[in-house]
Ligand binder design. Structure first.
Ligand code: SF4
Length: 399
């Protein structure tokens, strides 16, 4: 192929792509060019390539700027690209007609894009607290994964939901109190698979989705690029328009990724699941501590706070007889000394019976000890949906 005839192609394979913009490679490096649409060839424009074929731009995998850049060579102005992206994301389809976009432009865009959707395998609703669990799968991809709709219905006239989503199928970190950890790692979810969990739960809900927490299956910061891109898309006005500070990313303590979040000055909230400030015990409960020991984690959190001036929330899974006594409160106080934090207490949910949550007396005693040793706000978080296996630590991809 003559050099001047070489068109450029953009790859959008999540694990290989750059942080926000896809990588551009020459078309000569691709084996099968037959599927590239004639329209793209004629326009001599960038074409998105996914693992599944050519010419299929997945708008829910791309940040707004990338969508604009990809559609501009096809004659689509930035504001129209944003409108199209908003509609495709929220409706899961490109309609035949849009009042503010000309029919010709829609027909230019239609063959360029692909709109993959998750398949809903099962939906379960908890009678007691209305927590709702959705089991999803993606065609041609391994494993099922879950999202949980958390109701915030206590303020009449301002009822809304938070959606807890998965970032991986399974998890490699093997925290001993977690059903997902027992599955082992299966695969990373693509950006669109995370965005579509929120879209589909929102479409099934009578009230709006006002927040997202990456606390479902998987360790989000081990799927960094795809997760952060998904969070950005959720926060964009031409995406799902969810406030950045209403998007929470939870981690078991991947120290380098916490630093990276601080360096990139991301607007999202960070929660670190700590659960023990005793190095040997934490290593037993959360084996990730071997890779990122407590001093390294603390250094990353100090860096995060220094850069962003934000309090980090530390989640503490309460395990009766294990980490809810005075010595543990004292160890936590010593560990966080000088670092502004908040503490969220959560009951363990362990269907195997190896761990049980503390009773009222133990819980009160631990709160008193925390008050004495840790100068930080302490809140008890309700982790609902246990009757449908939807509470924290119970998600197991339908198994
Ligand atoms: S608690 Fe989170 S990081 Fe730990 S095994 Fe479960 S999903 Fe993975």
């Amino acid at each position: 192929m003559a050099r001047q005839q070489i068109k450029r192609v953009i790859t959008d394979v999540p694990q290989q792509s750059e942080f926000s913009m896809p990588q551009i490679i020459p078309i000569r490096d691709l084996k099968n060019t037959a599927k590239i649409s004639e329209q793209c060839r004629a326009a001599d424009a960038p074409i998105f390539v996914t693992k599944n074929g050519y010419g299929d731009m997945v708008l829910s995998d791309m940040e707004g700027a990338a969508v604009e850049a990809a559609l501009a060579p096809h004659g689509i102005p930035a504001h129209v690209a944003r409108q199209i992206r908003r509609v495709v994301l929220r409706q899961g389809a490109l309609p035949a007609w849009l009042p503010t976009v000309g029919a010709k432009r829609l027909e230019v865009v239609r063959p360029l894009i692909r709109i993959p959707r998750l398949q809903l395998v099962e939906k379960s609703v908890a009678a007691r607290d209305d927590f709702t669990k959705y089991l999803f799968r993606a065609e041609g991809a391994e494993g099922c994964f879950e999202a949980v709709r958390i109701p915030l219905l206590h303020r009449p006239g301002d009822e809304k939901y938070v959606v807890c989503i998965s970032s991986q199928v399974g998890c490699a970190l093997g925290c001993v109190f977690c059903a997902t950890g027992r599955l082992g790692f299966v695969r990373n979810l693509a950006t669109w698979e995370m965005v579509d969990q929120v879209v589909q739960v929102g479409a099934d809900s009578p009230h709006p989705v006002s927040g997202v927490v990456f606390m479902g299956m998987g360790e989000p910061l081990l799927n960094y690029e795809a997760v952060i891109r998904a969070a950005r898309i959720m926060a964009e006005p031409c995406g799902l328009a969810i406030a950045g500070k209403a998007i929470t990313i939870s981690t078991a303590g991947i120290a380098p990724a916490i630093r990276r979040m601080a360096e990139e000055r991301l607007p999202f909230r960070l929660v670190v699941s700590l659960t023990s400030a005793d190095p040997a015990q934490r290593q037993e409960l959360m084996p990730v501590t071997r890779r990122y020991p407590l001093p390294e984690l603390l250094e990353a959190l100090r860096f995060y706070h220094d850069r962003l001036r934000r309090r980090v929330t530390l989640a503490w899974i309460m395990l009766a007889g294990v980490n809810v006594d005075e010595p543990h409160a004292r160890a936590l106080g010593a560990w966080v000394a000088g670092l502004p934090v908040k503490i969220d207490l959560l009951d363990v949910n362990d269907p195997t019976g190896s761990y049980r949550p503390p009773d009222e007396a133990e819980r009160h005693a631990f709160r008193d000890a925390l008050r004495q040793h840790v100068p930080a706000p302490v809140a008890r978080r309700y982790s609902g949906g246990d009757e449908i296996q939807a509470a924290c630590g119970m998600l197991a991809g339908g198994r």
